[in-house]
Design a protein around this ligand. Sequence first.
Ligand code: FE
Ligand code: FE
Ligand code: ZN
Length: 276
Amino acid sequence: MFYIGCHLSSSAGFLAMGETALSIGATTFQFFTRNPRGSKAKTIDPDDASALLSLQAANGIGTLVAHAPYTINPCSRDERTREFARQTMTDDLQRMEYLPGNLYNFHPGSHTGQGVEAGIAQIAETLNSILTEDQHTTVLLETMAGKGTEIGGRFEELREILDRITLCHKMGVCLDTCHVSDAGYDIAGDLDGVLTRFDKVIGLTRLKALHLNDSLNPVGAHKDRHARIGEGYLGQEAFGRIINHPALRDLPFVLETPNELSGYAAEIAMLKEMRR
Ligand code: FE
Ligand code: FE
Ligand code: ZN
């Protein structure tokens, strides 16, 4: 099965997202757990959540990816900001229990001048304080572009975070193709080399999802500006290699390209065409 989808707006509810996904040919999708730039979360309607679970099972929709808001920063130098991240993530994970068995992805954060080591320690501390043995969600660290003081631009940093987590079996990694390229890994030119490196440093068994984005900037630019598939520096052929790679092909692929729904439908159709 080819699990391909895109980021969808969650404003109309869970079942509506599932129906939208099916209408554009998607077999998975991603959504924000709350307003990406605010903190307010709607109360969960359990019936709406279980309706999505039924739709997911009936239509062979794969594992879903929930995305934490951009506003959280578990490794800010400001303790109140770190506390806000803890509270938001704790609340999100409780809400995710209405959709058991799916993924919750977040940006590790920016150390805001404290240094990488201090930032890594704080991210791990946050995760250790929120993960529970009985949760049914796998939490993913996203690979980052290494913009500013962002942590997670180097695979070693993600490995260091994972090494410090007590409930490490509740954790995984989401690889964003734009971000890793911007971070300096030539995923378009040397996919096998990048995956070998990922496997050595983090372990491919930790990889649970991918974000498919082309990049407006060349390898190593540390910019994080997404482009439509084939309209950036990675190029369409690179995505053919990625979606068909034996180590990746069974994972959920989520588009976060600058598109309206019709653009996503076209990209999903194109990628299905390229699938072998
Ligand atoms: Fe992200
Ligand atoms: Fe991403
Ligand atoms: Zn990005």
